[in-house]
Design a protein around this ligand. Structure first.
Ligand code: SAH
Ligand code: DHB
Ligand code: MG
Length: 230
């Protein structure tokens, strides 16, 4: 006999209920996921409810400039860019040209190509370039979403501090690592990078942070959130 699938978890149907009600898909979001899938991109985008959370946080923040580290097919990018005013700007950093290409098409279809820019390359290089530009003409980001290679998370938090202003919000994705985040001896670079980023958020005098665990359509995970202080 073939093994039975596990019974559905209650939080899956609750997440479906919440997202159908509060974060229903539209043509641009549906097409973005469909074309990402067709292009063979991994299905590691935020869920609809998480996308809506990012959108509301950016709106609440009054964000005019948003930085995203880790674009994939631009699904989270669409949610975030929709929080911007007409003259706002979002820069998103992606290592893989083939991901960036899918994201650009998805953002154009969503009518967001004027306010968004996908920069291809290792995020650390793109961040150094942003840092140099910021040193000449300061243009701080009001909101940063960190969602790329987890080993570099502490560096991404450090760069976020360089590129933001007092009152900016930094959101870090995927902080639970299946529970392994509590293990100081876990050798997984993603765990180590996430713990180092959380340590930085905890001890940095210019950051005030918390973390929330989430359950939903994509299982168990969480975000850390840090406000940049004066
Ligand atoms: N934010 C997206 C998901 C991002 S998945 C969403 O929720 O819709 C993580 C992305 O980070 C992948 O596309 C991966 O290619 C990219 N990435 C991995 N390492 C990177 C690096 N060093 N610099 C920039 N992007 C990187
Ligand atoms: C992975 C990356 C993510 O950013 C995410 O939200 C989920 C999974 C991953 O690399 O497996
Ligand atoms: Mg993520």
């Amino acid at each position: 006999m073939s093994p039975q699938p596990p019974p559905p978890q209650p939080w899956t149907s609750v997440d479906d209920y919440f997202s159908d009600l509060l974060a229903p898909p539209d043509e641009a979001l549906t097409a973005a996921l469909r074309d990402s899938d067709t292009a063979g991109l991994p299905q590691i985008n935020v869920t609809p409810n998480q996308g809506k959370l990012l959108h509301l946080l950016a709106r609440t923040q009054g964000a005019r400039r948003i930085l995203e580290i880790g674009t994939l097919g631009g699904y989270s990018t669409i949610w975030l860019a929709r929080a911007l005013p007409a003259d706002g700007r979002l820069i998103t950093l992606e290592y893989k040209p083939e991901h960036a290409e899918v994201a650009r098409a998805n953002l154009a279809r969503a009518g967001l190509d004027k306010v968004t820019e996908v920069r291809v390359g290792p995020a650390l290089d793109s961040l150094a370039a942003l840092g140099a530009a910021h040193a000449e003409h300061p243009a701080p980001f009001d909101f940063v979403f960190i969602d790329a290679d987890k080993a570099n998370n502490p560096h991404y938090v450090e760069w976020s501090l360089q590129l933001t202003r007092p009152g900016s919000l930094i959101v870090l994705d995927n902080v639970v690592r299946g529970g392994a985040v509590t293990d100081a001896d876990d050798p997984d670079p993603a765990v180590r990078g996430t713990r180092a980023a959380l340590d930085l958020m905890a001890r940095h005098p210019k950051l005030s942070a918390t973390a929330v665990q989430t359950v939903g359509a994509k299982g168990y995970d969480g975000f850390a959130l840090a406000r940049v202080l004066d």
